[in-house]
Design a protein around this ligand. Structure first.
Ligand SMILES: [Zn+2]
Length: 336
């Protein structure tokens, strides 16, 4: 039987429950190991190493900027999460998880080399792709549910328009950008060759209280006039940012495919401080709870605004924010 909702509030409630149900279903699905030709199921991997998470945790908890649902994101995306659940994704089978990321999980200044940084970047890439696969699966479930439960209500279709539009973007990314870069990674996942991506590393002599492992969309760096040259058939330019906090130091590694070098250098030049990149270009940031709590309310609002950059991108100036602005991007180390 098709139930037609009576009023806007009940429609919103139904949409919310459909979206949350879809998120649950999408994450519960079996996903194959990310390594091509491996048919094993993927277990929950951490996109960020447990060591990093421990270094910013308090009583086993951290604050994450990743919301459980779109509606939570609108209200307040930041919430506390246990380190066992933070940054988890179904990425690799147990064997490949051990085989490829053993070194990346124990990175420190003495082990900074191309191989370890390639591992970090590849895992960040896998995380980005899998997250998009989650979204696509979610869209599929939502569409099915809407058709089945809510009939052809115009209001519902309109309300979900943004959602399906996002799904089209994600689908396109998986069809065009993913295979383009996956091909480039082939020597890494087939023969463990490194040198696929280049790395610029900045070190800071304290634990800066946050961590991230994220893909950065470089489109906003491109001059506006040339954006029109980008079409849906072009792979999107992106880089990877890994902020790795250690007990008394922090490593920030920007990794990128050689053809993106110019854009990455522009990003560094215009950003000047690390915080400018993190809060404007990263979607998932993990904070030490007491550090996050120390931010003034207006700063939290600005960070939330920065996180929503994917929707209406405009760079926010974080240069006056607390001690974070003192982490200036100087003395880069170039590692291939
Ligand atoms: Zn595998």
């Amino acid at each position: 039987m098709i139930i037609y909702p009576q009023d806007e509030e009940s429609i919103n409630r139904k949409i919310l429950s459909i979206l949350e149900n879809a998120t649950r279903k999408s994450k519960a699905k079996r996903y194959k190991c990310f390594i091509p030709d491996c048919n094993e199921g993927a277990i929950n991997s951490h996109s960020q190493s447990k060591n990093s998470l421990k270094n910013i945790s308090e009583n086993g908890h951290i604050i994450t900027s990743i919301s459980k649902s779109f509606y939570q994101y609108i209200r307040n995306p930041f919430h506390e999460i246990g380190i066992n659940d933070a940054s988890c994704f179904k990425g690799f089978c147990p064997q490949h998880d051990r085989e490829y990321f053993n070194k990346a999980d124990n990175i420190d200044v003495n082990s900074l080399n191309g191989k370890v940084l390639d591992e970090l970047a590849f895992r960040t890439f896998a995380y980005e792709i899998r997250t998009k696969e989650y979204i696509l699966e979610e869209c599929r479930v939502v569409k099915k549910q809407v058709d089945r439960k809510l009939g052809n209500s115009r209001l519902i279709r309109e309300k979900l328009e943004w959602y399906f539009a996002n799904g089209v973007g994600v689908k396109n990314f998986l069809a065009v950008t993913y295979p383009f870069y996956m091909k480039k990674w082939e020597p890494f996942y087939k023969n463990k060759n490194c040198g696929i991506v280049k790395h610029i590393v900045f070190s800071f002599d304290k634990n800066i209280g946050l961590s991230t492992s994220t893909s950065i969309d470089l489109n906003p760096i491109i001059e506006e006039e040339s954006i029109e040259l980008q079409n849906l058939m072009c792979p999107r330019p992106f880089a990877f940012l890994n902020i790795v906090p250690r007990e008394d130091l922090t490593i920030a590694a920007l990794s990128y495919f050689p053809e993106q070098e110019k854009l990455v250098n522009e990003l560094i030049k215009k950003s000047k401080s690390l915080v400018q990149i993190i809060f404007n270009y990263c979607e998932e940031i993990l904070f030490k709870p007491s550090f996050f709590d120390s931010f003034p309310e207006d700063m939290k609002k600005e960070i939330k605004r920065g996180l929503s950059g994917w929707a209406f991108w405009k760079e926010i100036d974080f240069s006056t924010f607390s001690e974070l602005s003192s982490f200036v991007l100087t003395s880069p180390q170039y590692i291939n």
